[in-house]
Design a protein around this ligand. Structure first.
Ligand code: CUO
Length: 416
């Protein structure tokens, strides 16, 4: 087993090893090279749907965690063949972030006394008619802390908002939405960036970021064991089926003969890829936002014990990335006295023009409790919610691109 370590904890030797290995992968023009691997996720489209060419990556789907697990393993295999001795390090964005880790932020590095371009800083897209370098446009919200919750960042709150569901199908929806935030906030207004599904994987930060996404999924498994297992496992009670069939089908293009790495080719169903032990990596730690699995369990229990309110969304693909701002509005009787609507947080969708069509089978729950209480309302009052939708340039688009959200009140759960 190789170790996937925290990108902030690497030694100088490990950093050099990572930079050299990635440089060699980017220079490799075969199916084991960067360009061929990045293309699995987005541009150029390699899958078919209803007679159209679409990107193969799976979003808005119960197999999202497994498709992306295979994808990080794919890059890890390529890096290992070029001499990497550790796994793809994870960027733990559940800790409060003040800047990008050094591995991604530095433009150059010194190799045997010579200054070289740092391959983790910027990627290339070299596929006519798109010949571009990737770029980033870091959004301030990446660095934001929710001061009302001690040192927990909003990003970590979103992750907790996923981990609280033992039910895999619900967890997956919340988890995927929590993950979308980093795409939007790292890529910002740039097109050839993490912001869009087509080009996200051409920025090498993608793989460290998704290494951490996979680690969060490992925390979910550590929290719930068999109770929270993905569909397709044998399951005795409280099991809901969200996509048993999808778990048995091949995740393209990993199953294809053109995939040069047997390990991902042979485990290319989501069911088979759910077993992380077959891929030869392990995480050095399962702590998130500074909390270990037992601490997280305790925090989740406290969250569940409180009465809460949520805005409930039915989400589907809109062929673009978007920022959704949730607004809570006082009941009309109160509005007459001069009270109106308040911002109650936001979430993100990752998409692009060549995405496969998708629709979540369950609602996405966005918590609005604090805002409702701050407005002087009771959670059971007759307030309502609506959503404002913005594209990656921060321009508002018609709200009806998505179905209107509704209010879901959830009483506290005092079970042990
Ligand atoms: Cu496909 Cu983060 O989900 O990229």
């Amino acid at each position: 087993q190789i170790q996937r370590k925290d990108v902030d904890s690497l030694s100088d030797l490990e950093l050099l090893n990572l930079k050299r290995a990635l440089r060699d992968v980017t220079e490799d023009t075969t199916s084991k090279g960067y360009a061929a691997i990045a293309a699995y996720h987005g541009y150029p489209a390699q899958c078919r749907e209803n007679g159209q060419d679409v990107a193969c990556c799976r979003h808005g789907s119960a197999v999202f965690p497994q498709w992306h697990k295979l994808f990080v393993v794919q890059m890890e295999q390529a890096l290992r063949e070029k001499g990497l001795t550790i796994g793809v390090p994870y960027w733990d964005w559940t800790k409060p972030i003040t800047k990008l880790p050094e591995l991604f932020a530095e433009r150059t590095f010194t190799d045997a006394g010579e200054a070289k371009l740092n391959p983790w800083h910027q990627g290339k897209i070299n596929l006519e008619p798109v010949v571009k370098q990737t770029s980033r446009d870091l959004d301030e919200r990446l660095f934001e802390k929710d001061l009302s919750k001690d040192t927990r960042s909003k990003l970590f709150e979103q992750v907790l908002n996923a981990l609280e569901y033992p039910n895999y199908c619900q967890f997956e929806v919340q988890f995927e939405i929590a993950h979308n935030a980093i795409h939007y906030l790292v890529g910002g207004k740039q097109l050839y960036s993490m912001s869009l599904l087509e080009f996200a994987a051409y920025d090498p930060i993608f793989f460290s970021y998704h290494s951490n996404v996979d680690r969060i999924y490992a925390v979910y498994e550590a929290l719930y064991g068999p109770e929270g297992r993905a569909p397709g496992y044998e399951c005795e009670q409280n099991c809901e089926v969200c996509d048993v069939k999808g778990f048995q089908e091949n995740l393209e293009p990993f199953n294809r003969a053109t995939n040069p790495f047997p390990i991902t080719r042979e485990h290319s169903t989501a069911l088979s890829a759910s077993n992380r032990t077959v891929f030869g990596y392990e995480y050095d730690s399962l702590s998130l936002g500074g909390l270990n699995v037992d601490n997280i369990k305790q925090v989740l229990k406290e969250r569940r014990s409180k009465d809460r309110a949520f805005a409930s969304f039915r989400l589907y693909g809109i062929k673009m990335s978007a920022n959704i701002k949730v607004m809570v509005c006082s009941p009309s009787t109160v509005q007459r006295q001069g009270r109106t609507c308040e911002f109650a947080g936001e979430f993100f969708i990752l998409g692009g023009s060549i995405e496969m069509s998708w629709a979540f089978t369950r609602p996405y729950f966005h918590e609005i409790t604090d805002t409702v209480l701050k407005m002087g309302l009771r959670l059971t009052d007759n307030y309502h919610v609506y959503a404002e939708v913005y594209n990656i340039f921060g321009i508002r688009i018609p709200d009806d691109v998505l179905p209107a959200p509704s209010v879901a009140y959830r009483p506290g759960d005092d079970r042990p």
